[in-house]
Design a protein around this ligand. Structure first.
Ligand code: FMN
Length: 232
């Protein structure tokens, strides 16, 4: 399939057959997911892959027994994290330094700017100082004004993780299978199954399988492009 065939073929599949989706298909799609563009290359995502385990049944229950969760051959939970940036930064820097010394600009970016944006403390002091600095400097010149709070940080890591999810789903379509993203789940229960802490968020759960007949609920409806595409 060429790129636009993949885009036009992908649909949300709400029911799958019992056919097995080979692990290789999921592995290829996960590789595609981790190639997604991501903020500062800090890769704040995690993917939990459920196959035929008791845990998969528990997860389907936490996804409110939706058809796609019940019948999916594989379930992938995409998680965004605000607490992996230091680890990932250090790994990245090590990789970069394997080929050439880290430039002064990159050192400043990863060891001064990123920590000043990502650091959180229980009393919100970092957030308050960021708020003040952004708003004072912003009076005089354009400046990036977020993240201030931990919620802003969650927005950043979640945005990035959603892009990885899209890569994943398109890669599933490109290999001839179907998927459906879900945000209809009980986050508390999903996090309990995965033993995740409060620095993580469940972005979506994605069901993968061989589409059953009737698994697509109808034609693809979209609003008029003129309502959402603004040419300036
Ligand atoms: C973040 C997100 C969450 C979604 N959650 C659900 C869900 O819980 N259950 C479901 O059946 N579909 C879910 N969908 C699928 C949408 O309903 C679907 O993408 C939309 O209706 C357009 O249909 P299409 O994907 O076939 O083009 C979700 C989609 C996204 C992007």
């Amino acid at each position: 399939m060429n790129f636009f065939d993949v885009i036009n073929t992908r649909r949300s599949i709400r029911r799958f057959t019992d056919s097995i989706v080979p692990d290789e298909v999921i592995q290829n799609a996960l590789d595609a997911a981790t190639k997604a563009p991501n903020s500062s290359n800090l890769q704040p995502w995690e993917f939990y892959w459920f196959k035929f385990s008791q845990k998969k049944a528990e997860l389907a229950e936490a996804c409110l027994f939706q058809g796609t969760a019940r019948t999916a051959n594989h379930l992938i939970v995409a998680v965004s994290r605000t607490d992996t940036w230091q680890r990932n930064r250090d790994i990245l820097v090590q990789q970069m330094q394997a080929t050439e010394p880290l430039s002064k600009d990159l050192r400043t970016y990863y060891y001064k700017i990123i920590p000043s944006l990502y650091r959180q403390d229980p009393f919100g002091l970092f957030a308050l100082s960021r708020f003040l600095i952004f708003n004072i400097i912003g009076l005089f010149k354009p400046i990036v004004r977020r993240p201030v709070s931990k919620n802003d940080l969650f927005e950043i890591v979640t945005k990035t993780t959603a892009l990885a999810c899209q890569n994943f789903m398109l890669a599933i379509t490109a290999q001839g299978y179907g998927s459906c993203p879900m945000e209809g789940f009980d986050e508390k229960r999903v996090k309990k199954i995965l033993k995740l802490n409060s620095d993580s968020r469940i972005v979506m759960v994605i069901g993968v399988g061989d589409p059953a007949s009737g698994g697509i609920f109808g034609p693809q409806f979209r609003v008029d492009p003129n309502l959402v595409i603004h040419k300036l």
